[in-house]
Design a protein around this ligand. Structure first.
Ligand code: NDP
Length: 287
């Protein structure tokens, strides 16, 4: 007779709003393929100001862990027992493991990004890169790239929010071996000729604004540039289409999403998921 164990292993995501978060589709497809039939991924809307209560609930229900998305990625730091070195530098946590009531935080956005880039045969070592945007994604990517040996990072950001960009530049220069500079984004940005990797880390192009593209001079993109987007939905953005037109190689934000989800699953379950199955499940959602 089969063992009778109906206890669920719970993980999920805390966000606000949370309804559009596709994590459940990707993660539960992986659990199914892995035969982890009693693992459940819950999409949970947690109001700002209620995060501490939600984490107490997570511990009370012996949940294995949780992802944090906007607006909780920074707030959550104060409630954790341990934070990984790169998450501490980034200043944001999107992934928590609960070990018998002890909460440890990691940032898997940047790690998922790095894996996606390497899967395309691109290494960060010694590269000169440009990052558009200095928010959560831009920060995670800049820190991981800098810690992986990138030589020079140009952060391009709209001047209204100079503080964010300047703090990121300062952090990279002080805490890593890379050199970073800030360039205010006030008009069509021209990509410097020696740039090797160009990254869009803004929400420009994300559904439903699917025709939007970053305000750059696309004629400064050449065939030697590698162009990377963080937008997973739609995967092929107008930004990437412009790069393709000019002969540049490119990579969508879907790989980053799938790889970070795969890292989360490994950290929670100790097992490697099937990324193909996760990608197919996500593609069905975005159509
Ligand atoms: P944030 O809001 O933290 O940061 C966004 C950045 O883009 C800020 O620097 C912001 O500047 C800038 N920005 C926003 N709109 C414009 C604009 N119209 N022109 C120029 N700059 C602009 O968001 P996140 O960094 O958390 O997320 C950014 C994108 O990354 C989202 O679309 C998200 O879906 C995607 N993402 C993808 C992941 C994946 O796995 N593929 C993982 C994480 C994020 P300002 O602050 O001044 O507004």
């Amino acid at each position: 007779m089969e063992e009778q164990n109906f206890l669920d292993n719970l993980v999920g995501v805390f966000g606000h709003p949370a309804a559009e978060n596709p994590g459940v589709v990707i993660q539960e497809a992986a659990f199914k393929k892995m035969g982890l039939n009693r693992w459940r991924f819950l999409t949970i809307d947690v109001d700002p100001g209620k995060l501490e209560d939600a984490l107490a609930g997570l511990k009370a229900m012996k949940m294995r862990g949780i992802n944090c998305t906007l607006p909780h990625k920074i707030d959550v730091l104060q409630f954790l027992d341990e934070i990984s070195p790169s998450a501490k530098l980034i200043g944001a946590v999107n992934m928590i493991v609960n070990d018998k009531g002890r909460l440890s935080g990691e940032n898997t956005d940047g790690k998922g990004f790095m894996e996606s880039l390497r899967n395309k045969g691109i290494s960060p070592e010694g590269k000169k890169i440009v990052i558009l945007g200095a928010g959560g994604a831009g920060r995670a990517i800049a820190v991981e790239m800098a810690m992986s040996g990138t030589e020079h990072i140009t952060i391009v950001n709209i001047p209204q929010d100079e503080k964010m960009a300047l703090s990121l530049v300062d952090l990279v220069n002080k805490e890593t071996g890379a050199k970073a500079i800030y360039v205010p984004w006030d008009g069509k940005y021209k990509i410097p000729a020696d740039t090797e990797i160009l990254i869009n880390a803004t929400p420009i192009g994300l559904y439903p604004n699917v025709t939007d593209k970053p305000n750059i001079d696309y004629d400064t993109i050449g065939p030697d540039l590698f162009v990377q987007d963080v937008i997973p939905n739609p995967a092929f953005t107008p930004f990437l289409a412009e790069a393709e037109k000019r002969g540049a190689k490119w990579n969508t934000g879907m790989g980053m999403l799938i790889n970070q989800a795969a890292i989360n699953i490994k950290m929670w379950t100790g097992k490697d998921p099937d990324k193909e199955v996760m990608t197919e499940a996500f593609k069905k959602v975005i159509g």
